[in-house]
Write a protein that binds this ligand. Structure first.
Ligand code: PEP
Ligand code: MN
Length: 356
């Protein structure tokens, strides 16, 4: 951290700052002081992550405070050799293999779930999604089947042989997710910054991988802060980009693909793109999903329904047979992108703990 004093601070300001830092556990020997003609800079060596930046910024003799190291250091590629790879029980490796997560927005019935699961399993999905607890805008809309939905999901997993992902909305449901051994626990956009909930998830013993969706208009720093909370208790964290609402109401949401590229360049967690919620419009889902892979995503999460026109939730953004038309293209783009990553690493465009 570097603190720049105001031109008017003088020696008194400098001494006040030094004693402030000492009270916060930073002795003088950890300081490098540079006095120019006008300004004095105080550099703090070593770990300054516990210092409250705002407090120092508010001192009346301080002009600016800069943090030098990434506050999300543990997630940064600079401090972690290689990518985080999340291995599922069937051997699929999220972050190393192309992850194609597909299935219905909501589990509606045995017949709907089994038909859709068979469709996606035959056409290239390697993880099955299905919502049992649905965060609906209108509370009178279909809310999901709850525990019965998780039960069906566990049954269909045995039948089609794909690991399953489902959204957990409430810490009180943790025992159910454990009971049905849900392979990936999804934290939805609405809970992205629900810190008490994230802390409860990070304390689950023998935790399963967690997929954390970026909430609407949640900044990258907020997303990384939320991811780090989970990561401290459970390093199997997968990030998911699902777009923001914009002033343009033609689309439900607009994907932020800058985020995908940025996260992959600087951080080591896998990133999945959800082009279904990220657009809200069926005709855009394939195009934007492929664009997400071109931007560096490790995979996609796509809503598929065997009869989208009958879906109880998100039918307008659900694919049916088009999913199978997308998967070969997805694999080709992901493959090409993997070669580009190697070139970028050679050129030093990817942060890399082993490069220094
Ligand atoms: C979902 O994936 O079912 C969902 C509700 O998505 P989001 O949290 O992105 O709105
Ligand atoms: Mn949905």
């Amino acid at each position: 951290m570097i603190i720049q004093l105001k031109a008017s601070a003088g020696n008194t300001g400098l001494e006040k700052l030094v004693s402030h830092l000492a009270k916060d556990g930073v002795p003088r020997r950890r300081l490098d002081i540079f006095s120019g003609d006008t300004y004095t800079l105080v550099g703090i060596k070593g770990n300054a992550s516990k210092l409250d930046l705002g407090k120092y910024q508010s001192l009346d003799y301080v002009l600016t405070v800069h943090r030098i190291s990434d506050p999300f250091k543990e997630l940064s590629r600079q401090f972690h050799p290689g990518e985080t790879v999340v291995e599922l029980t069937n051997g699929h490796r999220v972050g190393r293999d192309l992850s194609l997560i597909a299935g219905p927005c909501a589990i509606e019935s045995r017949e709907q779930l089994f038909q859709t699961a068979e469709l996606v399993a035959k056409t290239g999905a390697n993880i099955l999604r299905g919502g049992a607890f649905k965060p609906r805008t209108i509370h009178r809309s279909f809310q999901g089947l709850g525990e019965d939905g998780l039960k069906l999901l566990a049954e269909v997993r045995d039948q089609v042989g794909l690991p399953v992902i489902s959204e957990i909305m409430d810490a009180r449901d943790i025992p159910l997710f454990v009971k049905y051994d849900i392979d990936i626990w999804q934290v939805g956009a609405r809970n992205c910054l629900n810190y008490a909930f994230l802390d409860a998830l990070s304390e689950v013993p023998n935790p399963k991988p967690v997929l954390l969706k970026r909430g609407d208009h949640v900044s990258l720093n907020e997303l990384l802060g939320a991811a780090l909370r989970l990561y401290e208790g459970n390093p199997q964290v997968i990030l998911c980009e699902r777009g923001d609402k914009t002033a343009d109401r033609v689309h439900r949401n607009v994907l932020n693909l800058n985020n995908v590229s940025y996260l992959k360049h600087h951080y080591h967690l896998p990133v999945i793109v959800d082009p279904s919620h990220g657009t809200g419009v069926r005709e855009l889902v394939v195009d934007m999903g492929l664009a997400g892979l071109a931007a560096g995503a490790d995979g996609l999460m796509v809503e598929v329904h065997h009869q989208p026109e009958k879906a109880l939730c998100d039918g307008a953004q659900s694919l049916s047979r088009e999913f199978g038309a997308m998967t070969p293209l997805a694999a080709a783009i992901w493959q090409a992108r993997t070669s580009l990553n190697a070139t970028q690493a050679d050129l030093g465009l990817l942060e890399d703990a082993t490069a220094a």
